[in-house]
Design a protein around this ligand. Structure first.
Ligand code: CP
Ligand code: NVA
Length: 314
């Protein structure tokens, strides 16, 4: 059966846990799984800039025995003369999976509709689910578990990262909070879905404007750029709106003493986070960035196993 990964809740809690277990195994033994031996190809398409996603998919597909085919939308027919659906109909005859970083979530949904190979969201305006697998792996490593941990996202709650933290952390049984200024709170349907998942998994969801109150007792504090890709023209008004939502040492002081700090990167030091926090002893950002590789390899192995009806490597 073809499964896609367009948003964090496209997998169940048990499936998310299985993927993270596999990611930890692949981190210990990088060549444990070679489902793309041949090599078979994976297309990785970018409408927006990328460092981590591009490199981790290139290296990850190679380490799985496959051949990464990385290209930009601008250099292809996608987005110009050709629809996502027609592009998928062509690529699925040649590649084993399609990974796409784009703007509208609806484009990914159109690409996945009826597709015969797994489609993976490598970041859209609404969600960044691959990043969350890496973050959860990092939290497991640094905190021993995800269930029962409190994670607080401070920043643009209506962004891809704000939405993905809500869904993925709820699935992982965490207590997740989002602190954003008025006008930048997460979408209501995403909050409602996260609350529904949290009720099933024993976690909780809080959304509000008081960052210090929400950060109280946090195990993990996270933030992201105030100006996501595609919103560059809003920079001045966003910097003004988010000015009091910077993650400072003072704000970290409201979290547990041994709390960790995460950021998906790239970071704008002095804006969403001060340098003494992101470069300080509580920061786990480099492990988080490395974990993109292991988490995405596990995701690809899992998606291909679903598509082929084969067991995961033990
Ligand atoms: N965090 C992340 O997705 O980074 P890139 O934009 O460099 O891929
Ligand atoms: N929210 C950011 C994430 C970058 C990885 C953006 O969309 O630009």
């Amino acid at each position: 059966m073809i499964r896609h990964f367009l948003r964090d809740d496209d997998v169940t809690a048990a499936e998310q846990s299985t993927i993270l277990d596999l990611a930890a195994k692949l981190k210990r033994d990088r060549f444990l799984a070679r489902p793309l031996e041949g090599p078979q190809s994976v297309a990785v398409i970018f409408d927006k800039s990328s460092t981590r996603t591009r490199v981790s998919f290139h290296v990850g597909v190679s380490e799985l025995g496959g051949s990464p085919l990385i290209f930009t939308t601008a250099s292809s027919q996608l987005g110009g003369k050709e629809t996502p659906s027609d592009t998928a109909r062509v690529l699925e005859r040649m590649v084993s999976a399609i990974v796409w970083r784009t703007y509208a979530q609806s484009g990914l949904e159109e690409m996945a509709e009826g597709a015969r190979v797994p489609i993976v969201n490598a970041l859209s305006d609404d969600f960044h689910p691959c990043q969350l697998l890496a973050d959860l792996l990092t939290i497991r490593e640094h905190r021993g578990a995800t269930a029962g941990q409190k994670l607080v996202f401070v920043g643009d709650g209506a962004s891809n990262m704000g939405h993905s933290y809500l869904l993925a952390c709820a699935l992982a049984g965490m207590h997740v909070a989002v602190a954003s200024p008025e006008g930048y709170l997460p979408r209501e349907d995403v909050v409602a879905r996260a609350r529904e998942i949290a009720a099933e998994q024993g976690g909780s969801v809080e959304v509000g404007t008081d960052a210090a109150a929400l950060v109280a007792g946090a195990d993990v504090v996270v933030t992201d750029t105030w100006v996501s890709m595609g919103l560059e023209e809003e920079r001045a008004e966003r910097v003004a709106a988010f000015e009091s939502y910077r993650v400072t040492a003072e704000l970290m002081g409201h979290a547990k003493d041994n709390a960790i700090f995460l950021h998906c990167l790239p970071a704008d030091r002095g804006y969403e986070v001060d340098a003494d926090v992101i470069d300080g002893p509580q920061s786990a950002i480099w492990d988080e960035a490395e974990n993109r590789l292991h988490a995405q390899k596990a995701l690809l192995v899992w998606l291909l196993a679903q598509a082929r009806g084969v067991e995961l490597p033990a």
